[in-house]
Design a binder for this molecule. Structure first.
Ligand code: ZN
Ligand code: ZN
Length: 319
């Protein structure tokens, strides 16, 4: 199973293997605050990784989801499976902005299932536990249709929870969507968010986001093959959260598997070259496609071509 292509194209022709031997489970079992390599939490806006995984159901790495904490609020990027429970875990670690009932803004990079399976959870669970404001969801064309379809899918639940109440009495269940284009997509007193379109195989609409908040600039690649627009979007940004696959690992798969990932994703070597030009203060690896490699091998592949600071992201890590 674990050799399944990130988005499922070539699972049947790929050899069986395990996806991640990154760190022994026991070493990573207990949630504890993790901070940037300097050992101190960053000044200004913080990033908490809620899920560093992929479609592969690794119990140690939830599906793709991150949060920028600024101005007392959490701005979520993607909604992979596990997002709300990881947010609750982050709240327990002291990140009050991630209290589930406070989750109100999400920016979806693209509509692949690994990035949106947690979307229904994000629409509903925070409302059930007391969200008082609508969820604002930003993302590619198709997001509104997905949202309305999910609302219809949960009509039985809604009919019970809303019984005897008007929509105005339960604003936390409302979802306001905005389908974005490249450019500035959101601003408020705390953050400015910009998007660029990125190449992700046959996916027509995939975006990377840049957040400027509290003196920090933070870029999320989403899923992408090497992207010139992303290099420009970062241009010396403080933090670049980028997807990556292990080059050594992908080479052991069949040709179609390598072609698929070459078109949809970024290899460790490609990322090293890209980051050298993008010049982030810290390169943070997430959406980790190990393909049988361990975290040390993946990190060494990036470091072999990149002299800057780079770390492998962990769920609940703070950067
Ligand atoms: Zn994808
Ligand atoms: Zn993905």
């Amino acid at each position: 199973m674990a050799w399944a292509a990130c988005h499922g194209s070539s699972a049947s022709e790929a050899p069986a293997n395990t996806n991640s031997k990154s760190t022994p489970a026991l070493e990573r079992a207990k949630p504890e605050p993790r901070v940037a390599p300097s050992g101190t939490p960053p000044e200004g806006a913080r990033v908490v990784l809620l899920g560093t995984g992929t479609p592969v159901p690794d119990p140690e790495r939830m599906g793709p989801a991150s949060a920028v904490l600024a101005g007392g609020r959490a701005y979520l990027v993607d909604a992979g499976p596990g997002i709300v429970r990881r947010a609750a875990a982050a709240e327990a670690l002291g990140h009050h902005e991630l209290a589930p009932e406070q989750l109100s803004h999400v920016f979806i990079t693209h509509l692949h299932s690994d990035h949106t399976v947690g979307y229904a959870d994000l629409m509903l669970t925070p409302a059930v536990v007391g969200r008082r404001q609508p969820l604002q969801a930003f993302g590619p064309p198709g997001l509104t249709a997905m949202t309305r379809a999910l609302e219809r899918a949960y009509a039985v639940d809604a009919s019970i929870r809303h019984a005897g109440k008007s929509p105005e009495q339960q604003p936390g269940y409302r979802v306001v969507t905005r389908e974005i284009e490249a450019g500035e997509v959101y601003t408020d007193a705390a953050v400015r968010v910009r998007a660029v379109k990125v190449p992700h195989g046959s996916v027509e609409h995939a975006y990377a986001y840049r957040f400027d908040a509290e003196g920090r600039s933070i870029v999320f690649s989403g899923d992408t093959a090497p992207s010139e627009a992303l290099v420009e979007l970062c241009s010396g940004c403080d933090l670049l959260v980028h997807e990556v696959y292990c080059s050594q690992g992908v080479r052991t798969g069949p040709p179609s598997f390598r072609e698929y990932h070459g078109s949809f994703h970024t290899s460790a070597q490609e990322l090293a070259a890209l980051a050298t030009r993008a010049r982030p203060g810290l390169l943070l690896l997430s959406h980790l496609l190990f393909f049988g490699c361990d975290a040390e091998t993946l990190l060494a592949e990036v470091k072999s071509g990149y002299a800057g600071e780079v770390v492998v992201g962990e769920d609940l890590g703070v950067y």
